[in-house]
Unconditional design. Structure first.
Length: 248
């Protein structure tokens, strides 16, 4: 494998470790048995083919929920798209949008007045968007995508806050599992034709939780968030360097 084909990070996860995936409910307990390990690779979608694979998963998962979604695969300089694959299949993806004066954020379409309040305070905003995880996939995939996006946004580019639009039925999930807070109330999301609630997360808080719980996995002492399934902090320098290099 060439340097260019090396992933940002790879990890093994038990096949049965698949509950609590993006608020869609738990898998049948009869399916929850650790019969094998899957090898997952997280990469940047830095080619047209990889962005197309990520878009196919988005169309599949958003269409299954009955949402309208723009299938476009256009690349923008203020965005990074990550995807997870196992055995050659794309099983997870998310796009991180970094705020700038020219393009703003997707959430500006519906919550510009709320976001401008944070901007006026000197906060630097970024927005996780187009998140899709295939059904039955390990919770570690979700945690890995979020952790890598945090490293890219906070550790490399010094952004201070996540803002995210979520369906009202997923609000409790994002609050409990990552610590998001209410920020902008509920409005209609024009991009997907469904109601959306604006949530905010201070990335300094995320960093504290990663340092406290990252890498603990099942040895988390009752912590119910996703943070024990983030990478341990000693993995962050290597991930940071590979992101700086534009590693696939």
């Amino acid at each position: 494998m060439s340097f260019e084909d090396d992933p940002i990070i790879s990890f093994d996860s038990p096949v049965g470790l698949s509950d609590l995936v993006v608020g869609e409910g738990k898998i049948d307990p009869a399916m929850e048995h650790e019969i094998d390990l899957q090898r997952f690779h997280i990469r940047m979608a830095n080619s047209r083919g990889r962005r197309e694979a990520a878009s196919l998963l988005i169309r599949k998962m958003y269409g299954w929920r009955g949402y309208a979604v723009d299938p476009g695969i256009a690349h923008a300089l203020n965005k990074i798209t990550l995807f997870a694959e196992t055995a050659g299949d794309t099983v997870g993806t998310m796009t991180l949008c970094l705020d700038n004066e020219e393009t703003g954020l997707p959430a500006d379409d519906n919550f510009r007045d709320k976001l401008d309040v944070l901007r006026a305070q000197g906060r630097r905003l970024c927005e996780p968007s187009r998140l899709a995880i295939d059904k039955g996939v390990s919770k570690r995939v979700f945690a890995a995508l979020i952790h890598i996006s945090y490293i890219y946004a906070h550790n490399i580019h010094r952004f201070t806050d996540y803002v995210i639009e979520v369906n009202p039925r997923h609000v409790v999930f994002y609050k409990r599992m990552l610590g998001f807070k209410d920020f902008g109330g509920e409005r209609e999301c024009t991009r997907v034709g469904a109601p959306a609630v604006l949530l905010r997360l201070d990335l300094a808080y995320m960093g504290e939780q990663i340092r406290k719980y990252g890498g603990l996995m099942e040895q988390h002492g009752g912590e119910r968030s996703f943070y024990p399934f983030f990478f341990p902090t000693w993995d962050e320098p290597g991930i940071t360097e590979r992101l700086r290099q534009g590693r696939n």
